[in-house]
Design a protein around this ligand. Structure first.
Ligand code: GLN
Length: 472
């Protein structure tokens, strides 16, 4: 039986009512993983474990969760007990995590079945999924183009209909930007909204796990299942989050300035008109300078990265270079061999940022700049309840187009890093597109823990045509 991908919510409902067999669902997803191997979206499938789990679910007689039988894929920097967790780095080739990340465990408790891991930029550093050690992922709308990154494999897999839901992680835009370039929905929750236990750390004061899906409802459902405090992550869920998008009915929306001539301008205007017609008031919002924000993000995230990745030294995790005569040589050889060019570049950058006296380092200056940005965003949210703007400057770029030019690659995050710097929740959803056109994404940002506003407005827009059909 061939299962045509449908929203996760419908699939789970059919499984709960006994109208769909979870074994068929899982077989369908595994077959699509094989059939779409050309996309490079999946680095590893967990076929035996997924099949066993589907059979267990089929025999189950008790209550079933809200994601019963739904096949999902997980970004390769999120730990799963099954298979490997490599962060798409040679450093962790063959590494097996001791446990599921809390987010994965919660998805599985809700009945979801993990069918494999998706391709990402090495350790989540990048905007194109081209730095993956195993090779790049491709955009299903045009395979000569990137799917965005770093969660490009997850976005491509959802867009191609391999699975209805996938997990990504977002440090500076890695859920939202690939969601935009692949034409799917991607949510970056409030910092701390979902436990980071089991997410391999890149920049801990930014990192968030987030769901990617084909519909706003599915993304909301996955968020509800995963969100909330976790005793194993002291930064998680210390405040009540709101995920119920039925309870918020609108307010004042700030429209951010879009560069004249940007291909996103019509989509942002159309979204503003749609929200206006639904009774919300709209006004112009001036965001903090995006270029300055980008540099502050790069400096701080690289500093945290250089410290977080110090643990990969050939002693405890992953690769250990052979033939080293002493400990220093072991560190040097292992790190030179295990890390790719972009990871090494950022470690150098981060080390430079951290150098100098603690209160006069570049790090101290960047932290002060971050605080100013947080204050500015706070002031904007005194006037507006939501901010609306583009997710990216344009559609998916060609493979190889930005790879040799790090600054061009970093500029891909110009619209997404603000929410990351301020820890705010943000969502990207597809702009209406002509058949055959490349997807574009618009972004909504809300104050801390107000995912309900994002989801409510996103749903309104979705009903008004802010969705694209998957590529055929
Ligand atoms: N593209 C950004 C970077 O390279 C963001 C990555 C991410 O969010 N993980 O840092």
């Amino acid at each position: 039986m061939r299962i045509v991908p449908r929203p996760a919510r419908h699939l789970a409902e059919a499984v709960r009512r006994g109208r769909l067999d979870p074994v068929d669902l899982v077989e369908g997803a595994l077959a699509r993983v094989e059939r779409r191997a050309d996309l490079g979206a999946v680095v590893e499938s967990h076929a035996p474990q997924a099949r066993a789990e589907a059979r267990r679910l089929r025999r189950r007689t008790g209550r079933m969760g809200p994601l019963a039988g739904v096949p999902v894929l997980v970004k390769d920097n999120v730990c799963t007990r099954a298979g490997h967790t490599t962060c798409c780095s040679r450093m962790l080739a063959g590494y097996r995590a001791p446990d599921d990340a809390t987010a994965v465990a919660r998805l599985r408790d809700a009945g979801a079945i993990v069918v494999g891991k998706t391709t990402c930029d090495e350790f989540g550093l990048g905007s194109s999924t081209e730095t993956a050690w195993q090779g790049p992922a491709r955009n299903p709308h045009d395979p000569s183009r990137v799917p965005g990154g770093s969660s490009g494999g997850s976005a491509a897999a959802v867009a191609a209909g391999i699975v209805p839901l996938a997990l990504g992680s977002d440090t500076g835009g890695s859920v939202r930007q690939p969601a935009a370039l692949c034409g799917v929905v991607g949510l970056k929750p409030t910092w701390g909204g979902i436990s980071r236990r089991g997410l391999v750390a890149f920049a801990s004061s930014f990192d968030q796990i987030g769901p990617l899906g084909a519909t706003v409802d599915d993304v909301a459902l996955a968020f509800r299942v995963m969100a909330g405090p976790d005793p194993a992550d002291a930064t998680s869920g210390d405040r009540p989050f709101r995920a119920d998008h039925a309870t918020w009915s609108g307010g004042r929306i700030g429209i951010v300035d879009v560069e004249p001539g940007s291909p996103l301008a019509p989509a942002v205007e159309q979204a503003a008109r749609t929200l206006g017609a639904a009774g919300m008031s709209v006004g112009r919002a001036r965001l903090p300078d995006p270029h300055r924000s980008l540099f502050v993000y790069l400096a701080l995230s690289a500093a945290e990265l250089s410290s977080n990745l110090a643990r990969f030294d050939g002693v405890r995790y992953g690769l250990r270079a052979a033939g080293a005569k002493d400990l220093d040589a072991l560190y040097r050889r292992t790190r030179a061999r295990g890390f790719g060019a972009e990871v090494r570049r950022r470690i150098l950058l981060g080390t430079a940022v951290l150098a100098g006296p603690p209160d006069a380092s570049r790090h101290a200056r960047a932290r002060a700049a971050r605080r100013a940005i947080v204050r500015e965003m706070g002031r904007l949210f005194e006037t507006f309840e939501l901010l609306l703007g583009p997710t990216t400057d344009g559609p998916a770029f060609l493979l190889g187009e930005r790879l040799a030019d790090p600054l061009a690659m970093y500029a891909s995050d110009a619209h997404t890093v603000l929410a990351s710097l301020a820890g705010l929740p943000a969502i990207s959803l597809p702009a209406p597109a002509r058949a055959g056109a490349l997807p574009l994404g618009i972004q909504l940002m809300a104050p801390w823990n107000r995912e309900d506003r994002l989801l409510a407005a996103a749903r309104l827009l979705e009903e008004a045509g802010f969705r694209v059909e998957g590529p055929r």
